[in-house]
Design a binder for this molecule. Structure first.
Ligand code: PMT
Length: 323
């Protein structure tokens, strides 16, 4: 078996089935399906097949109570996903941006840390103006955002919990399956590894007066093999590996490549993930570094990934079939 052939164990299959059977249903599942249908219709028209990519971004939460007051969170600001979305659109892809509510958004990455009020001021007649030092950034963002949306190249789908994230990922995967090898998954979201199953979760706020609280966390099934084998078997799949120890990074990325049948694993270290990443495939380990602080490492990363995706499309030779 070569490393891009995914194997799927009975445990992966039954773990995924159980997770979906017991997860609280998506509140707006029908609306999301409608949006996806329309997005696929719009981007599958025309003679030249367009590439479509699902970018996942931000961290998933694990609620500890059904009427959730407390939750476990995952580290991710969503900056990587937001920046990558911009470069995918620039490269001509239609992008489904599956993101954590409140995380960084494409074309306004200077928010949410900087208040938008810092970018505007009132003149003497109370008209809203953008001060000169921010005008160029805001003008570029408005232009690029409206172009992406106007051309139908950007669909944004928000999630908060692990339950929402995995259900949305499944909906996206099955909706864009008709793009075959022209579809890509770029899984930059930081996904919870443990969760509290809905039926064993406290209904109301856990009371501290009762003293220390024991809680059992179940393992979240790894959906990468389900994605590769069942939801979108022809898609080009890129997953991420985040580690803190440089000595095990590429070894772990190699293992993920083989175990889940990924086409690419992007390995990054917490200490310098904004400056450099390592692109790991069956045949290469390429370091991608940004040249200066003013550049995004994602610009070069997306350049490399779109090249690898083109090679993959040329080898597969199939065309989207979304009619
Ligand atoms: O958002 P930023 O602040 O810019 O940070 C970007 C980042 C560091 C979060 C990003 O570059 C990154 O590394 N994201 C993946 C982090 C992660 O969760 O790694 P992991 O080893 O837990 O998971 C590896 C892969 O398995 C991921 O692609 C994830 O989507 C997938 N996964 C994880 C858990 C799970 N139960 N199922 C999965 O499919």
């Amino acid at each position: 078996m070569d490393s891009t052939e995914a194997s799927m164990t009975e445990m992966d299959r039954s773990g995924a089935k159980l997770f979906f059977q017991t997860a609280p249903p998506l509140k707006n599942g029908e609306l999301i399906s409608e949006k996806l249908k329309e997005f696929v219709r719009r981007n599958s028209e025309g003679v030249t097949p367009r590439g479509i990519v699902c970018v996942t971004s931000g961290g998933t939460t694990v609620p500890l109570e059904q009427r959730c007051v407390r939750y476990i969170d995952n580290f991710s600001s969503g900056h990587r996903g937001a920046a990558s979305t911009e470069y995918f659109v620039k490269a001509g892809y239609a992008v489904i941006f599956v993101h954590r509510r409140g995380s960084y958004q494409p074309y306004c990455r200077y928010l949410p840390e900087d208040s938008f009020l810092d970018f505007v001021q009132l003149d003497e007649e109370s008209n809203i103006q953008v001060p000169d030092d921010h005008a160029a950034t805001v003008r570029k963002a408005i232009r690029e955002y409206h172009k992406a949306v106007g051309e139908g190249l950007l669909l944004k789908l928000p999630f908060t919990t692990i339950f929402e994230y995995l259900q949305i990922l499944q909906l996206v995967a099955t909706s864009i399956n008709c793009f075959g090898c022209h579809s890509m998954f770029y899984l930059a979201a930081a996904v919870s590894d443990f969760y509290v199953p809905w039926e064993s979760m406290a209904k109301h706020k856990i009371q501290s007066a009762s003293g220390p609280h024991d809680m059992r966390l179940n393992q979240v099934p790894k959906m990468l093999s389900v994605l590769r084998n069942e939801w979108a078997p022809e898609a080009f799949c890129v997953s991420f590996k985040l580690e803190t120890d440089p000595d095990i990074l590429t070894q772990k990325a190699d293992a993920a490549l083989k175990k889940y049948g990924m086409h690419v694993v992007v390995a990054n270290l917490l200490a310098n993930y904004k400056e450099e990443v390592v692109v790991v495939t069956q045949n290469e380990k390429s370091k991608v570094r940004r040249n200066s602080k003013n550049e995004d490492v994602e610009e070069q990363l997306i350049g490399l990934l779109t090249e690898r995706h083109s090679d993959y499309i040329n080898q597969s030779g199939t065309r989207p079939n979304c009619q």
